[in-house]
Design a protein around this ligand. Structure first.
Ligand code: CU
Length: 131
């Protein structure tokens, strides 16, 4: 009877261990799926801006890189093209462009807010670098 009792105990422990392992594996699996989903959730776009110089680059990248949902942004001053990597679930491309517009820059088909553009240093306004 005692032997049987121990046997039972061991069996129960084994069962518990199995359950714990199952849960652990399940958690690891879920984590893996989550990680994959997160990877796929990013989108990279190139936006044509009206940026003029290094100041513009700092201004634009400074704003976007602290914007929720934006993973990374980089302006190529030469071509005025801005590369943005973002999470569409958190911020839309439209909203990103709107931020550029509000800052005083064109964003593809969207024209810069004239008031904001006026407030930029002269060198940062369109044609400002011709000096
Ligand atoms: Cu500038």
């Amino acid at each position: 009877m005692l032997v049987l009792g121990i046997q039972l105990n061991v069996n129960q422990k084994n069962k518990k261990m199995k359950n714990v392992l199952m849960i652990l594996f399940a958690l690891m699996f879920i984590q893996g799926v989550n990680a994959q989903e997160k990877k796929a959730k990013f989108e990279t776009v190139i936006i044509q801006t009206s940026a003029e110089c290094g100041d513009c680059k700092e201004r634009i990248e400074g704003l976007l890189n602290y914007t929720k949902g934006v993973k990374f942004s980089e302006l190529d001053v030469e071509s005025k093209r801005l590369t943005v990597k973002f999470q569409p679930a958190k911020i839309s491309l439209e909203a990103i462009k709107q931020k550029l517009v509000d800052l005083g820059y064109d964003a593809d088909e969207m024209k810069a807010n004239p008031e904001a553009q006026q407030k930029l240093p002269t060198c940062c306004q369109p044609g400002g670098m011709k000096h």
